[in-house]
Each structure stands twice: as structure tokens, then as C-alpha cells.
Write a protein that binds this ligand. Structure first.
Ligand SMILES: [Zn+2]
Length: 266
């Protein structure tokens, strides 16, 4: 049996299509781009190698914190807090041996300390930026200037520098742009290789070309570097031409897909 992937939704975060999901230059090519906020899921992925349980991200905070400090209208049901979600899926929190973080934003790292037997993995670039972010990203990283304590504060990380194998069949590669040290995770399964791409894109629409303006992708509106973002999305498409094998964190269509398919790979 190969590695399996169990998607676990940590809740729903609201965000605005115009200021987050679609770059201003693309708005007129998408009928669904409105000023109305959209509810996006916040998926984490539990990888079962047969001998180890590995999480990719630990998801968003509780509703109160998410609403107060981040995106009003966000919601996390008690069973969606990642430690509870892991238990509900039939696993034990203490059996998670590693956690790979796509990046260190608040909605990808919450509750990480509860997984006390896990080794934490992040790109070195991401970790360094997270400890001292630009003011524009204080909220994203729950920087202490706001009077908050970031979920990752005081944690020891295995810091990665570029492409690396974590265990056989599970590899990371850099996909900067959304954040400075963002990374994607490749997972070899019986179905082929899935790419867990975090927030390298918000929506699968971000992979679509817009031929009218010569774009080979649909850029998002929230990034630290759009040139890095663009190259990262090209790299994901190059490595994974089959879009069904690409699993971002926030794509709403995944909610229905994962309701029918509880475990991928095998
Ligand atoms: Zn996110």
C-alpha cells in the first residue's frame, strides 16, 4: 500500500475576491469576481505512509480569534480544530510524527504546539520572515506588535533550504510569491503524485490562462512578490499537468470533492 492522503477541513475563512483571489487586471475576465466576501475552506492534509503520520499544515484558529484579528465572518466548528479533526478521522494527536508547513501564516499553523511529538518543517526563508515580517504582514503572522503570540513562537523547526525529501515519497519544493518561503509538498501515492500547494494559489482559477491579454495564468491579488508568484505557479503546472492532482488549501470546490472522497491515494 502506498501513502494515503486524508483531507481535513479546519474551518471557513472569508476573503474578498477583488483584494485576494484575482489580480485587478483579471477582474473583467471572471464573471464571479464581486466585492462580496467569499467563504473559503482551510484544508490540511494528513499523510499516512504506513509507518508514520505526517500533517501538512495545522489550519486556522478558533472562530473568535479568526473574527477578531483576521477575517470577520470566519467560522471554525469545535470538531474542525485540527487536533479534534485528527481524532475524528480516527488518529491520535500524539502519533503525528512530523508536520510540514507550506508557510507560517496564522491559518496554517494554529494548534501546532498540541502536536507535541511532531518535528516541524518549514523553509528557512519563511521562518526568518515570520519572526520579523513587514508591517503589511503583521496580522498574517500574528506578530507580537499586535499583542498576539504567534502559534509557532518558541517552536524548534527543521529548517529547509530549497527542494528536499522529507521521507521516501514525500518531497517539498519552493513556491515563493504568496509568502517569501512558501513551499509545496509532493506526495507519491497509488494514484500518482499529488501536489499539496498551500496558498501558492487561492483558487484553481489561478492556474487558468487568459488568452485575451496573453496571460498564461490568472494572478492573485495578494502576494509578497508577483514575479515569484508567477514563476511558482508555472513551476507547479510544469511538474503537475493533471490539475486533479493539485490540492490547494482554500479552493471551495474541494469541499464537495472531499465529501465524496474521504481518502486519496492508496
Ligand atoms: Zn491561507
Amino acid at each position: 500500500m502506498g501513502i494515503t492522503i486524508t483531507p481535513l477541513n479546519s474551518g471557513f475563512c472569508t476573503s474578498n475576491p477583488k483584494t485576494y483571489h484575482y489580480h485587478p487586471s483579471t477582474h473583467k475576465y471572471y464573471a464571479n469576481v464581486s466585492g462580496e466576501d467569499r467563504r473559503l475552506p482551510v484544508f490540511c492534509y494528513l499523510l499516512n505512509t504506513g509507518s508514520e503520520l505526517i500533517l501538512v499544515d495545522t489550519g486556522m484558529a478558533d472562530s473568535d480569534r479568526a473574527n477578531r484579528y483576521h477575517h470577520p465572518g470566519s467560522e471554525q466548528l469545535p470538531d474542525q480544530a485540527m487536533p479534534r479533526a485528527v481524532e475524528k478521522a480516527g488518529y491520535r494527536v500524539e502519533d503525528i510524527s512530523r508536520i510540514i508547513f507550506t508557510h507560517l501564516h496564522w491559518d496554517h499553523t494554529f494548534y501546532m504546539k498540541e502536536f507535541s511529538n511532531a518535528k516541524y518543517y518549514a523553509q528557512k526563508k519563511e521562518y526568518e520572515f515570520a519572526l520579523n515580517p513587514l508591517p503589511l504582514y503583521y496580522k498574517s503572522y500574528e506578530y507580537q506588535w499586535l499583542g498576539l503570540e504567534a502559534p509557532f513562537l518558541g517552536c524548534e523547526f527543521q529548517l529547509l533550504d530549497g527542494e528536499e525529501e522529507i521521507v521516501p515519497g514525500i518531497r517539498v519544493y519552493p513556491t515563493p510569491g504568496h509568502s517569501p518561503g512558501h513551499q509545496a509538498v509532493e506526495v507519491d501515492t497509488g494514484d500518482g503524485t499529488y501536489h499539496l500547494v498551500g496558498d501558492a494559489v487561492f483558487l484553481m482559477d489561478n492556474f487558468k490562462p487568459i488568452p485575451e491579454i496573453g496571460y498564461d495564468v490568472t494572478p492573485s491579488a495578494r502576494f509578497v512578490s508577483l514575479t515569484d508568484w508567477w514563476e511558482s505557479v508555472r513551476e507547479i503546472k510544469r511538474r503537475c499537468p493533471n490539475m486533479d492532482m493539485i490540492l490547494p488549501t482554500h479552493e471551495p470546490a474541494l469541499v464537495e470533492r472531499f465529501a465524496k472522497t474521504l481518502v486519496l491515494g492508496g
